[in-house]
Design a protein around this ligand. Sequence first.
Ligand SMILES: [Zn+2]
Length: 268
Amino acid sequence: MTVPLKKIVEALEEMAPPQLAAPWDNTGLQVGSPDAPVASILVSLDVTEEVVSEAARKKANLIVAHHPLFFHPLQRIETDTATGRLLGHLLTAGISVYAAHTNLDVAAGGVNDLLGETLGVASWSPLQEGPPQEPRGFGGIGELPQRMRFRQFLDALKAALKTDAVRLIGAPPRGVRRIAFCCGSGAALIPQVIRCRPDLFITGDIKYHEALCLRMETIPTLDIGHFPSEQGIRKSLTQRIRRALRSRLGKTLPVYASRSERDPFTTV
Ligand SMILES: [Zn+2]
């Protein structure tokens, strides 16, 4: 059994409306045809060689990825480069690629909501407004149900995110209750975080000068890594796609969460 790709795109765009994406983003169908018959779907954070091979192994001819494959216009496809090889592999295997990036970060039940839930934050509001007329926004600021000791919070966080590679910026806070967070790279939200004065800011991809700024502003910050902050979305999106296909089309296709992709950073 197959479902036309455009029907799957309709379901995805209901979960992560494209108008929620940041203006600089590049989301949507990136490789393939809207009329392509999809037999099965692989959900991943990125489109890498491992993920494409996994899709081919699982006979999945659609990859739904969080991070777009392209940001800049391509000038050439050289198959002796990593990107060219990847594209060649996708095209010869007949695998389409759809990306839901910042729209999935912002959407209800999306990547940032999932991070907030994983951190145990009870309810939160966005750190930065989203597009006009949209109630959703980027990042979150909210509170834990009760104040926790930093060490206790940190141990629970590492277990929930399945990572040991967490870096602290500044002095550890005495206690943690009010938390600012942003999935992926949250450095762009540092001005908003400074205004909110949380007990702790949690995000990934903090660079040296941003770390200095956060320390100077006495905002204790945990850099939990980009990958650990977002990896939970694979499983949750997989389940939501399955449910959406069943309820919208009365059909089920095999939908898999990628098991092959790994954080490019390892702790040594
Ligand atoms: Zn990301």
